[in-house]
Design a protein around this ligand. Sequence first.
Ligand SMILES: [Zn+2]
Length: 328
Amino acid sequence: MKDTSKKRRKKLNRLGKLTLGLIVVFTVILTVFVTEIVADKKVEAEKGTEQAVKSEVKTNKISKEETQPKKNTPDTVEQEKTKDEESSSHKETDGSEEKSNSVEEKQKKQEEQENKETDSSKKQTSAPETGKVVYLTFDDGPHPTASKEILQLLDQYDAKATYFMLEPNMKNNTDVVQEMAEKGHAIGVHGVTHEVSKIYQSPQSFVQEMNQGIDFIHKTTGINTKLVRAPYGSNPYITPPFKEASDKEGFILWDWNIDSVDWKYKNGGFVDTIIQRSNQLVGKEPLIVLMHEKPNTARHLERLLQFYKENGYDMRAIDESMQPIQFK
Ligand SMILES: [Zn+2]
């Protein structure tokens, strides 16, 4: 029994020593392991703080970059405002970009302005929204003083007119005829004598007088007009033989639908006559107004031009492609 118990003790001793040794080895390994981990963690932690610091720096940079454009917008606006006054730019880095941007913006602005300008000029030259058009016509001229006054007023009111002139008067006022042509007014003929017994003597005399005027206009302005107004109108003098001869020449005979009878007046009463008639004919355009190149007409013409302008009429020159107004 003693032997077996001794053996047992020895066995237990060995086991105890073994487990003790194992425990020691384990603890040593464990401590080494733990210290290594701790050391690693420390390094990681340090790296982490470094990264954190770096990222903080980065975010700071980003936030700065983000806030910079926000600051830039009012700056650029200010810059643009002051650009014309002072040529200094306080941003060196983005200077070129800002410059190119501002150049583009300037171009855009210029284009917009040009568009606005062309729009407004279109409104001036083409029919206004009302669609109302009036054709002012002046007979018997040119007149040495009245014609220039009329031309000036027409310019002032952005109006174009049509002139039916007598050849002797054109000869005496060549510069006026040229001015009419240069300013874009329509030029036509009214004959030579204005005397019934002469111009209406025969269809040939009518054609001859008109051609004499047409030739003079061609010589002085280069315009080959076909616009003709018969003295006293086409009724009753333009009978079928006269009409036939006129058509053969290619004349475009123009009468009127508003007779101002301005030659009867010594005051501005003819203006009221025209205005009254214009109001009666609303919607029955085109209005063809007959006036004469006389001093009294020139004196009171402005009131008529004011009326047409204020009431949205476009004052145009007769075009040879238009269907002429003729008495029946
Ligand atoms: Zn006449």
